[in-house]
Design a protein around this ligand. Structure first.
Ligand code: CA
Length: 444
């Protein structure tokens, strides 16, 4: 890995996993190479560079294999990259299509940006999308516009902070939905799209569920992109509600400016960050790892310089007023967006969720304990021995020779310790060792 590739990696040196497809394992690397490795030997089958390193781009995403193609999205929303999603031929690595997440001025919605801004507009695609074979659609979340200070780029800034519904064969946009318009709070829109069948107004709907950093739990019709509902799941002060057509209602009083400091919730770390929810369709529940954190934010002068951060804001994460702690696990009814049960935590809850058909939900805390919750009630039915670090690795389940296992990584890192402000300085968080262990449990 060339050293300059590490220069423009936001929020720790991370990788979110690989794709396994046919005989190969596919890896996206921080230096913007996508590699196919022989699954049996590890030998490089092909190695495709999709962007130069060190100029604002990085690949932290786990690739997604779809119909003979390997799809990845670029990171770089904090460096003024013009981000994109690209599909490569799984056999050869040749590019099949490339979709910029910010349109050029002569393209549809190119007029949602000031002149020339699209070249350094960010809108990264750093989290793996979801493929729906039923509607033959690829759903991919898009992150914050650049720079962070929205005053410098008036307009809706499409397709930042949006979900794109793409034709996986061509990369053409079928529809989009924007969670936050003209984002100035780094809310991104990258969080996962979960495909679920819900009941809405008495009718079954093929829905897309999304729990956004802006603090809302969303349900969209994934066939048409129509807005169904959005309900807040943590304290919200920036996006405060939605019009009947789904347009977000935003609070201009909490927009920072040069010389104007604001306080708002959630923080840029989000009401939920990228660690995924899980759903239990048979019980109509989604399990949501939640953060209770707010922030102060101030505008600063900024110019674009290749390979340097492009923010225009300073910030500090602060506690949510009247909150019992930094974290929570919530069960939310997927038909209504309303809370069903809650498990509060003094520390932030930075781990993803795993739900089983038998009605268990697995997730680990920053306290180093891994838990099995009762899906229906939230009661903790089992807790692991204390691990040597906090847990942010997403649990997984697999079967070998008829025996089922649950695995999880214990280890602490990512954005929270680096950018977490008062949350990171809280002794309950600051003293968490980095760790780095794999724990595997067998079901009896
Ligand atoms: Ca961001």
């Amino acid at each position: 890995m060339p050293e300059k590739a590490l220069k423009t990696v936001c929020c720790d040196v991370v990788n979110r996993g690989v794709a396994v497809y046919g005989d190969n394992v596919y890896l996206a690397a921080l230096d913007n190479h996508v590699l196919a490795l022989d699954g049996a030997t590890g030998k490089v089958v092909w190695d495709q560079k999709i962007q130069d390193p060190g100029v604002g781009y990085a690949l932290t995403v786990a690739p997604l294999a779809v119909d003979g193609k390997i799809v990845v999205g670029e990171s770089g929303g904090e460096y003024g990259a013009r981000d994109f999603i690209v599909a490569l031929d799984a056999k050869t690595g040749e590019q099949v299509w490339k979709r910029y997440t910010v349109p050029a001025p002569d393209e549809k919605n190119g007029d949602t940006w000031p002149k020339g801004a699209y070249l350094h507009a960010g809108a990264p695609a750093w989290l793996t999308g979801s493929f729906d074979p039923e509607t033959h659609t690829l759903f991919w979340g898009v992150g914050n516009p650049s720079p962070w200070l929205a005053k410098l780029r008036p307009g809706k800034n499409l397709y930042s902070d949006s979900v794109l519904a793409l034709d996986p064969d061509t990369g053409n946009i079928k529809w989009y939905y924007q969670y936050t318009e003209n984002d100035t709070w780094d809310y991104d829109g990258n969080n996962e799209s979960v495909l679920a069948n819900i009941t809405w107004q008495g009718k079954p709907v093929k829905a897309l569920l999304h729990v956004d950093r802006n603090g809302f739990f969303y349900a969209l019709d994934r066939t048409t992109g129509a807005y169904l509902f959005a309900e807040p799941f943590t304290k919200v002060m920036s996006v405060t509600g939605h019009l009947p057509d789904g347009s977000p209602i935003e609070n201009d009083a909490v927009r920072p400016d040069i010389g104007k400091s604001i306080f708002t919730c959630p923080s840029f770390l989000g009401g939920k960050n990228w660690w995924p929810i899980a759903i239990d369709e048979s019980r109509n529940l989604a399990f949501v790892p939640t953060l209770h954190a707010c922030m102060s934010m101030n505008g600063t002068a900024v110019s674009y310089l290749a390979g340097l951060p492009y923010l225009g804001e300073t910030f500090e994460v602060q506690p949510e007023p009247d909150s019992d702690g930094w974290g929570e696990v919530q069960a939310i009814d997927i038909n209504t967006g309303k809370q069903v049960w809650s498990h509060k935590s003094k520390q932030p809850w930075n781990d993803g969720m795993l739900a089983t058909a038998s009605g268990l939900v697995f997730s680990g805390g920053a306290d180093g304990y891994f838990n099995a919750f009762d899906a229906k009630t939230g009661k903790i039915l089992w807790t692991s021995p204390k691990m040597s670090s906090g847990i942010i690795g997403v649990p997984t389940s697999y079967q070998v020779d008829g025996k089922q296992y649950i695995a999880v990584l214990s280890g602490w890192g990512g954005a929270t310790p680096i950018w977490g402000g008062m949350m990171a300085k809280d002794p309950l968080v600051a003293k968490i060792p980095r760790g780095g262990e794999l724990h595997v449990f067998a079901l009896p």
